[in-house]
Design a protein around this ligand. Structure first.
Ligand code: CA
Length: 486
């Protein structure tokens, strides 16, 4: 029933504990061996796996604005890995003016390479991209995010080449911009961006994986893909391994009130189906949804690092208005043709004056300069008006997949079975948990399921599941307190 699940819950909790120790010794090892790594380890993945969330930093004067779009994120090392090579960032515009210029930016990156290399690559991606995006955005956010990914790729590649330990390091990167013109995605690799509207979940990104590429090229049958004839974990594009990278741009997708956007690494999409992701995204508040998704991935074996960001459109302020231009014109670029035009006119005037003064050679040079300036200005004007979004009003071919996500009684049964397993573990290990609220939630879940209100039932059962997992983590943290000095 739960693919990939081979361990008992007690075993899995042991693995969390074991890997916490391995992780610590490895960090200490790195700390002594090299000062090249400057990652803020203590911030990256505390054992409870909840990172500081920028959207929690509320300013009363901006509360209304910030309330229009809220985002939550969790990253987790998983059950089998010794380090978390995923990174993410959430950069929300503080006010309308900033949003109209740069939008809200959410990024997930999943690093690859031997231990430190994967961590470094994904961390560089989420650090460098917002920086370059802000620097490069001169009125054309779509062009700026594309260039920001290209710049990040060049930097990760350069660092990889400079140090043998980091050679060929790479990272997937999926960046979502919520702009006045709609949602735009810049993407490389097999992390994903989804949009949920009503009960329809759409995958806005194309997986740059061998499976997806072969399916798209028609070189392999669906049956072969179902039988795992093509390895699922081979990705065909990432930031870092090569000097140049092809970045997919998708959108703009209109944004409506109530839309939920989800970004995740393959640690989630490998363990939960699109339908399950959609059902949890629709049934739960986003705080609970990020936790429940990560917990469910871990309870199904947690073979990989898991990162989930959910952004929800709650107010009208950021809803896409009809007639919004996909990319506003760039003032810095439109100035170039004028400049070249002025140079051309001055040179032309000079050539006329020189001609009257019988200075024929200089007149010819001046005339040539006027022609060159005029042609350059024309080329600049042409290239300035042809931004990526203008070449076509719609970028990319997304959405690439759609799923209808109706909560079912079968899914609820799965949740109940997991709860039963967790409760058995609680009884075995003697963890002290106040059972009264859990019993109340179980009863409420049962009643909701009986009246076929599956959404409410999922809410109640996930409340129980997340609570039990929180206690399991807390128990592991206590056991590890002696050995971990955060
Ligand atoms: Ca991964």
């Amino acid at each position: 029933m739960f693919p990939g699940r081979k361990q008992s819950i007690a075993d899995r909790v042991f693995w969390v504990s074991f890997h916490a120790r391995v992780r610590l010794s490895w960090r200490k090892f790195l700390g002594f061996q090299t000062d090249y790594i400057t990652l803020p380890f203590e911030l990256q993945y505390p054992l409870n796996s909840q990172l500081p969330d920028p959207s929690n930093q509320t300013d009363p004067t901006k509360e209304k604005w910030r309330g229009a779009f809220v985002a939550k994120a969790v990253t987790d090392v998983g059950m089998r890995r010794s380090s978390n090579q995923d990174s993410y960032c959430i950069t929300l515009a503080d006010d309308r003016e900033k949003w109209e210029r740069s939008g809200h930016l959410l990024i997930v990156a999943d690093g690859m390479g031997a231990h430190a290399a994967g961590e470094l690559a994904s961390r560089l991606s989420v650090d460098l991209i917002p920086h370059h995006y802000t620097k490069l955005n001169r009125g054309d956010p779509v062009r700026a995010i594309l260039q920001a990914l290209e710049e990040a790729n060049a930097e990760i590649y350069r660092r990889g080449q400079a140090n043998p330990e980091f050679r060929s390091m790479g990272t997937t990167t999926s960046a979502l911009l919520i702009l006045p013109a709609g949602a735009v995605v810049a993407h490389v690799g097999d992390s994903r961006v989804y949009r949920l509207r009503g009960q329809t979940l759409e995958q806005l990104t194309f997986d740059h994986s061998l499976v997806w590429e072969m399916r798209a090229s028609g070189e392999v049958s669906e049956e072969a893909l179902r039988n795992n004839a093509v390895p699922k974990n081979v990705i065909t594009r990432s930031l870092g391994p090569n000097a140049n990278v092809q970045v997919d741009l998708e959108g703009p997708f209109p944004v409506q009130k109530g839309d939920r956007f989800l970004l995740c690494s393959d640690g989630l999409s490998g363990q939960l189906s699109d339908e399950e992701i959609g059902v949890l995204l629709e049934s739960l508040d986003i705080d609970m949804a990020v936790r429940a998704m990560v917990d469910l991935a871990n309870l199904r074996g947690g073979p990989d690092n898991v990162t989930v960001i959910i952004g929800e459109v709650k107010g009208d302020d950021i809803v896409t208005q009809h007639g919004s231009s996909p990319t506003p014109p760039s003032p810095s670029q439109s100035a170039y043709p004028i400049l070249f035009g002025v140079i051309s006119a001055v040179c032309l005037l000079a050539s006329v004056i020189l001609l009257i003064s019988y200075q024929f050679p200089f007149a010819a040079i001046s005339l040539a300069a006027a022609v060159i300036a005029a042609v350059s200005g024309w080329v600049k004007m042409y290239s300035a008006t042809e931004s990526p979004a203008d070449r076509s009003s719609k970028l990319g071919r997304g959405p690439h997949r759609k799923a209808q996500c109706k909560p079912t009684s079968a899914f609820i049964e799965q949740l109940k079975n997991l709860i039963k397993e967790m409760q058995e573990w609680v009884a075995e290990t003697g963890v002290q948990i106040d059972q009264k609220p859990l019993e109340a939630s179980m009863a409420a879940g049962k009643q909701a399921a009986a009246s076929r209100d599956y959404k409410q039932a999922i809410h109640h059962y996930c409340t129980v599941l997340v609570t039990l997992m929180r206690h399991a983590r807390a128990k592991v943290d206590v056991k590890d307190e002696d050995s971990i000095d955060y």
